[in-house]
Design a protein around this ligand. Structure first.
Ligand code: S3P
Length: 172
């Protein structure tokens, strides 16, 4: 594990609870919270969905990499990432340099239930979002696992429980 001052970085699929757990962790630790989706959206003055629609996925992905570069060197921070952050090898190197990488996993059913409550994700605007989810998840699972220092299965835990488990595993 890394030093106590380095960042806690949350990765995982859409619906894994990264944003909510990130807020909970920031509250529990007093760390500053940064969210790459929010950073990219802020730079464009658009929602993530609008960036995909107007500029395309590649532009969004470039914005994610740029956000990670800006975060380099942050200490005592909680860093929340978008579900596709692990797709670029360059991002994985940047993530590893930031601190301890926590993969929030969840079973497919739990992810689908959570994602269905807020149908804003551009990648799941397909005729069969459940099948799309399954395809994306199986392609990404090895990427999340390769990148992570710690994995927490969030399927049946509250945000507070997940945050406590993370703190137990990252505390020196
Ligand atoms: C994406 C996940 C989203 C957002 C964008 C792309 C992905 O973030 O970055 O819609 O490729 O999995 P969340 O994981 O916070 O939903």
């Amino acid at each position: 594990m890394k030093t106590e001052d380095s960042a806690i970085v949350l990765i995982g699929f859409m619906g894994a609870g990264k944003s909510s757990v990130g807020r909970t962790l920031a509250r529990m630790t007093g760390y500053l919270r940064f969210d790459t989706d929010e950073m990219v959206a802020g730079r464009f003055g658009l929602t993530v969905g609008e960036i995909f629609e107007k500029h395309g996925e590649d532009t969004f992905r470039e914005g994610e990499t740029e956000a990670l570069r800006e975060l380099t060197g942050k200490e005592g921070a909680v860093i929340v990432t978008g579900g596709g952050i692990v797709l670029r090898a360059e991002n994985v190197a940047l993530l590893k340099a930031l601190g301890t990488i926590v993969y929030l996993s969840a079973d497919e059913e739990a992810l689908f239930q959570r994602i269905s409550r807020r149908p804003t994700r551009p990648l799941l605007q397909t005729p069969d979002p459940r099948a799309t989810l399954a395809e994306l998840l199986s392609a990404r699972l090895p990427l999340y696992r390769d990148c992570a220092d710690v994995e927490v299965d969030t399927s049946r835990l509250t945000h507070d429980e997940v945050a406590r488990r993370i703190l137990e595993s990252v505390e020196p």
